[in-house]
Write a protein that binds this ligand. Structure first.
Ligand code: ZN
Length: 136
């Protein structure tokens, strides 16, 4: 049975990770687990675990990335909510059958084996939603 397990992460677009950490790390006291470059997306991402979930701060590395365009258009803010699921294909098929607008109708596989798909915000109360399935 497909299931929705937990909020995996909330992604927040920022102009500058070091500056954003002044709030998330210094003022709130959250620990930074790692900061990684994601060359495919032309972004840097800081991961701050929070209970069973984490906050991801995403900053563009170039002016021509999707994240840079998003930032230029809307400014910093919440970008997407990610829910960890089991049975991603079945969930996507069921959503499609209900007329939910999907950005990915089939899952995309990341180098680390995690599979994901995005649901369009038009179908989800204005929120971009990512579904994650971890293998094994
Ligand atoms: Zn995400």
């Amino acid at each position: 049975m497909p299931k929705f397990k937990r909020i995996d992460h909330i992604a927040i677009v920022v102009e500058d990770i070091a500056a954003a950490l002044g709030f998330w790390q210094d003022a709130l006291g959250l620990a930074v687990e790692k900061v990684e470059d994601e060359p495919a997306e032309k972004t840097s991402v800081a991961f701050l675990p929070l209970g069973e979930s984490q906050i991801e701060l995403v900053a563009p590395q170039t002016d021509d990335s999707g994240t840079a365009r998003y930032l230029a258009k809307r400014g910093p803010g919440m970008h997407h909510l990610c829910i960890e699921v089991e049975g991603l294909e079945e969930i996507l098929a069921a959503l499609k059958a209900r007329g939910v607008r999907l950005i990915h109708e089939t899952p995309v596989t990341k180098p680390d084996g995690v599979r994901y798909a995005f649901i369009h915000p038009k179908s989800a109360s204005g929120v971009l939603i990512e579904l994650y399935e971890r293998s094994g």
